[in-house]
Ligand binder design. Structure first.
Ligand SMILES: [Zn+2]
Ligand SMILES: [Zn+2]
Length: 166
């Protein structure tokens, strides 16, 4: 794992790799955060996935469907670059990860009143075309807030709402 991260650091000098509490891509700081303690067999796959978000320059998304399509693109890219590292990303793993997003999307887009599947009106709002119920969703599941460090100014508040990709 640590040797693989060293290869990535050399191959992608424009990306900052930071040890953190999980695996994600932070577009604002152009950093891939990784967790070395997570000794899972698929750590390398996840790392390739986050690097792919970086290569594809994923910054933000307009709605949940766009986020899902970015996830698909990131996995496609991960498959592509995995060849040169002689890593074989399991397709079932990819489908499981994407299913997590699909289920999440399904839950968010289903009307709480009449259980009809609806379309998103904006990033945090859904509106049912059948019963006209409107409900808010948060991006919390896929948007990890920056950890509050020592500064208490406005900037840290802005940073709290930055988008990251997992
Ligand atoms: Zn409804
Ligand atoms: Zn992702």
């Amino acid at each position: 794992m640590s040797r693989f991260i060293d290869k990535l650091k050399i191959d992608y000098p424009n990306i900052t790799f930071k040890l953190g509490d999980g695996f994600y891509w932070s577009p604002i700081s152009r950093s891939v955060i990784y967790n070395d303690l997570e000794n899972k067999i698929n750590s390398d796959w996840t790392l390739l996935h986050e690097v792919s978000h970086a290569i594809l320059n994923h910054k933000s998304y307009k709605n949940d469907l766009e986020l899902l399509s970015m996830e698909v693109l990131a996995w496609n890219k991960a498959k592509e670059i995995s060849i040169k590292y002689d890593i074989n990303i399991d397709d079932d793993h990819i489908q499981n990860c994407l299913d997590t997003y699909r289920n999440w999307l399904h839950l968010r887009s289903t009307c709480p009143e009449c259980e009809i599947r609806t379309l998103q009106t904006d990033k945090d709002t859904y509106r049912c075309h059948n019963c006209h119920t409107i409900w808010k969703v948060t991006s919390e599941r896929f948007c990890r807030p920056y950890r509050k460090i020592e500064d208490k100014n406005k900037k840290s508040l802005e940073e709290l709402s930055q988008v990251t990709f997992v």
